[in-house]
Write a protein of this length. Structure first.
Length: 277
């Protein structure tokens, strides 16, 4: 249901809202067919795309955890992706940032994307990146006095915008194949403790918290009613939750359960006899 809420927040309305400003008027001022025709609208669209992708990863994570044999590594990778995409959505959708900061943040994310396209020569991607670089050079004076916006690392964005979720390092251990994490997870699974199951549920909780935070941020920016978004999500998921208060209460209930389990993790470090091989 939470994943559907995140997706619904992006789909429920086609009207983007920049608080106190007209998006069309701003884009007519700073946009150009020679580089980026609609910079502010693009910033809003990018925030929407990040919330959609966070909802996608969240839904996938929950499906992996809900199995009889939950997928420990896969859920961690998906929770990490959810948190990364959600934090970028919140970076863009901060309703108090103002349109100038919002556009510069979009530009920073597009420009930073170039580092991951150096190994390929995708014409469309290179042109998209180049158009934002030309736009920034052309509009420099219009943003005089605005603090410089940079695309921070994924870990910094997660820590800044979703500080209540798991430490980024905890999510990265399985995704990166950390030798200590892998050895601990395998041994504890063999010994039948609740260590890996707890870690997997913590992954899910992280994804839920990140997805909800990003969706709520988008709702605040576009001035959407949370109950309307929940109602749209109910229509998609078939769930019985009808209000934002009920959904938020359900998330709190799950969080409390996972936190309680986290405080009672079983670890068995006894050295059982092993063959010498």
């Amino acid at each position: 249901m939470v994943a559907h809420f995140a997706l619904a927040s992006a789909y429920v309305s086609s009207n983007y809202v920049e608080p106190g400003e007209s998006i069309d008027d701003i884009d007519s001022l700073i946009g150009s067919e020679d580089d980026v025709p609609d910079p502010l609208l693009t910033a809003h669209r990018l925030a929407k795309f990040y919330v959609i992708s966070a909802g996608d990863a969240l839904k996938s994570c929950c499906e992996l955890v809900g199995r009889e044999y939950p997928m420990h590594v896969g859920s961690a990778a998906l929770a990490r992706t959810t948190a990364e995409h959600a934090s970028k959505a919140m970076y863009l959708s901060d309703p108090y940032a103002g349109w100038k900061v919002r556009v510069l943040r979009a530009q920073a994310l597009f420009t930073a994307a170039s580092s991951e396209y150096k190994s390929s020569n995708e014409t469309g991607a290179r042109e998209m990146i180049g158009s934002w670089e030309r736009w920034r050079n052309r509009t420099g004076e219009l943003f005089s006095g605005v603090p410089r916006q940079t695309a921070k690392s994924n870990s910094k964005l997660v820590e800044t915008y979703i500080p209540h979720v798991l430490a980024y390092d905890e999510l990265s251990r399985p995704a990166h194949g950390n030798a200590v994490w892998l050895t601990t997870a395998v041994i504890q699974e063999q010994k039948g403790t609740n260590y890996t199951r707890c870690a997997t549920l913590r992954n899910m909780q992280c994804a839920i918290d990140a997805g909800v935070a990003a969706a709520v941020g988008l709702c605040q920016l576009w001035q959407l009613d949370l109950d309307d978004v929940v109602a749209a999500a109910v229509g998609e998921s078939g769930a019985i939750t009808a209000t934002w208060e009920e959904l938020a209460s359900g998330v709190d209930y799950v969080r409390a359960g996972v936190n309680d389990l986290s405080n009672h993790v079983e670890l068995d470090w006894t050295l059982d006899p092993q063959p010498r091989r």
